[in-house]
Design a protein around this ligand. Structure first.
Ligand SMILES: Cc1ncc(C[n+]2csc(CCOP(=O)(O)OP(=O)(O)O)c2C)c(N)n1
Ligand code: SF4
Ligand SMILES: [Mg+2]
Length: 296
């Protein structure tokens, strides 16, 4: 890998106009800044974990260490990498189906533990790679391939769920607002603890919500992200059409909605959290040797 070069030679197969392009560019810009800053993060210390879906192809388009995981399993892999080597900056890229559906319990527990990783959810509110089935954030009535008469379900509000689960950084961006995406992603990576960035990512092919979002999004101001109840209020202001039974809602707040400092899972483990004996790097090496010796 060439230092500071996050480009790859892979042919990009995302559809022209897909919101994944500006998201990828925002991430590249932030990583470049981080690798050139005053106390630079070495590119070889950056690791991404991608899920399976259109979003997961980011593993081919971003030149950092990568682990292309399986659908729904971004979080356990990212957690394991961070705990094994706390010096690494670990960023997970997941889809809404990936993170909020199949991998939901992993997401909740990573938030509960306050694992020091960043998770960026490409929330296009549809299963795109598999050509348009409804996802946990699709609104009621969503006319997908698996719900031709319209989805009968109300969506999850993942940010509300994660706030309740113990996440210490929650933000929402929009793929058509690149500057704000950069700001949020930069803050999320710099946050010590579990940071989740929900990006309203436009899928131009299976669920094009560009106009819907453009008419409704606004950036939060006079908002104290350190105040749990203010955060809850902002998060509930727009909940993917659930509370309104699918009726159009007027305003979608963007920005950093919640932020709090708290000990990370790694710190608690090192401190022998919960009364367990503290594991040193030597203990971990010994455990790995033991596992390998037993061929487990
Ligand atoms: C364990 C497992 N379950 C299901 C699938 C099939 N599958 C592949 S991608 C996908 C949906 C992807 O949707 P999402 O996570 O929202 O990503 P997007 O394509 O929208 O970026 C599914 C169901 C799979 N590959 N592996
Ligand atoms: S199907 Fe949707 S999410 Fe997938 S590449 Fe095309 S526009 Fe992007
Ligand atoms: Mg999706």
């Amino acid at each position: 890998m060439t230092a500071h070069n996050f480009e790859t030679s892979a042919t990009n197969t995302w559809c022209p106009g897909c919101g994944n392009f500006p998201l990828l560019n925002a991430v590249k810009t932030v990583l470049k800044e981080l690798s050139e800053g005053e106390s630079p993060t070495r590119p070889e210390n950056l690791v991404m974990v991608a899920g399976i879906g259109c979003h997961g192809k980011i593993a081919d388009y971003l030149n950092i260490n990568s682990f292309y995981s399986i659908h729904g399993r971004v979080l356990p892999v990212a957690t394991g990498i961070k705990l094994a080597n706390p010096d690494l900056e670990v960023i997970g890229f997941a889809g809404d189906g990936d993170a909020y559906g199949e991998g939901l319990e992993h997401l909740i527990f990573a938030a509960k533990r306050n694992v020091d990783i960043t998770v960026i959810v490409h929330n296009n509110r549809v299963y795109s790679l598999t050509t348009g089935q409804f996802s946990p954030t699709s609104p009621p009535g969503f006319p997908g391939r698996s719900t031709p008469a319209g989805s009968p379900e109300v969506p999850l509000n993942p940010l509300e769920l994660l706030l309740a689960s113990g996440a210490t950084f929650l933000a929402r961006g929009f793929s058509s607002q690149p500057e704000q995406m950069k700001e949020i992603i930069r803050e999320a990576i710099n946050h010590r603890g579990f940071a989740l960035v929900d990006i309203l990512q436009v899928c131009v092919t299976f669920y094009n919500l560009h106009k819907y979002y453009a008419e409704r999004v606004y950036t939060v101001e006079d908002h104290d992200p350190g105040d749990y109840f203010q955060a809850l209020q902002k998060i509930r202001e727009w909940d993917y059409g659930a509370s309104s039974g699918g009726e159009e809602q007027e305003k979608i707040p963007l920005g950093i909605l919640y932020k709090k400092e708290a000990p990370t899972f790694g710190q608690r483990l090192s401190a022998g959290g919960g009364g367990s004996k503290s594991a040193t790097p030597a203990d971990r090496e010994a455990l790995i040797e033991k596992i390998l010796a037993n061929n487990i």
